[in-house]
Write a protein that binds this ligand. Sequence first.
Ligand code: RAM
Length: 507
Amino acid sequence: MRDLTLLEKAVALFPKINEKEVSVSETVSITRDDSGINKAVQPDFRTRVLKKKDEVILDFGEHLVGYLTLELKNIGAHADAPVLLQIQFAEREIELFEDASTYNGWVSASWIQEELVKVDVVPSKLDLARRYAFRYVRIKVSDISSKFDLQIIDAKVRAVTSARDEDLLSCEIEDSLDNRIDTIAVNTLKDCMQTIFEDGPKRDRRLWIGDLRIQALANYVTYRMNDMVKACLYLFGALTQEDGRVGACIFLEPEPEVDDTFMYDYSLFFVSILRDYYKETGDMEAVKDLWNVCKRQIELAKEGLDEHCVVKDLDVLGWCFVDWNLELNKQAAAQGILLYALEAAIELAECAGDVLAEEEYAALYIKVRDGANRFLYDDKLGLYVSGSDRQISYASQVWMVLGGAVDGKAAERLLGKLEAYDAAVKMVTPYMYHNYIDALLKLGKKDEAHSLMRQYWGGMVENGADTFWELYNPENTDESPYGGTIVNSYCHAWSCGPAYFLRKFFK
Ligand code: RAM
């Protein structure tokens, strides 16, 4: 369904993209041995005379999103054949050691940040049309005529983001690790802020709702581009699926369009993002415009309940997202997320003056909570179980706490038991860790929340992160749900949450 009025409002709120020219910080070599990755400064690339198979690695000193321009010159005879260049872009050094030809995963290999370019005329300026996300660029002369050599006399990037440095709220954070984590989280958010809040500028470069929830929270304490959050909410509200369901993500080009993927949790997060936005801005217009979209999401979520008000389990991958752990059963987490969204819907109903809806949701909340505690709670274990195999996971307990199925001391006991339960299915993304930290904060466990954030995001810092990653499993740093780390994204929106936690709770 397309609501053109909402769509027009969304497009009118799109931010301007700011551009900044960035030069190479250093020319480097990057090698790998048993001790890990070694980076060494090399003579400036401009001084190199490149023959067949020679290469240079440019380090721009920071993670960027943008367009590369190379100025090329021939040395020796007139260019009598095209120059064949292989250009690789990497967000992290490790990507330079991956072999694209061996990738065989289920996400398209076309995301791999690599170009093979033929340059017919040299000297010339080579402008790469595609936008890339990177800190490093490796340029290899794959082939060149023996009659001339190549010199790269300049390399520049036109870096783009809609975030403006001058708008960033300043924040004094004394502890050096916290300060570093905040800076990296802010950079992550910044590079994902384009016309919309993108999930990752390397891949998928589109508006996903689960990512938006966290980006919006981080935005409120950093760049405060609240109209951009509003634009994204209106896009989701304007472009729903045929039955009025909010889709999991939106494409912007060639025309804004909703994806055919939907996820039980992602559709419901529309309600909580609008509630957070309203709390932040007091924007009644947005609540009025989008209230019916919220109501439809609750109606559709109800269709997924059985006679005991328990979310019916499905084994189709992706029916509900929750985390990128492929073993995870999603039923109990979905139940908790429904409760979480119902709480937001009750608040919004009150502010929209929709008394009937408010009463209906309050009654439904109690039934869904009772359903959780009667049918998804194992008395003996003292933990929530999920699916027919009664799986125990972090995600299930965390979402039950966040949804309020359990609270106070009982919730503290639940999380204590969880930590002692070794076989519990673990979390693999910063996205799910974010929710765990949120649950600890909800229970007033500020110190534990803070130290978990330092430990987990600090692990990425130790691994040299310039921006935070899509996936980080400390127990398996090579983890990828896609069948190969070469398509993992290393500047991923849903990992920018520490900026929100640090600035709002841990100062
Ligand atoms: C990944 C996307 C996005 C996330 C979805 C569910 O592929 O990059 O971050 O929201 O999965």
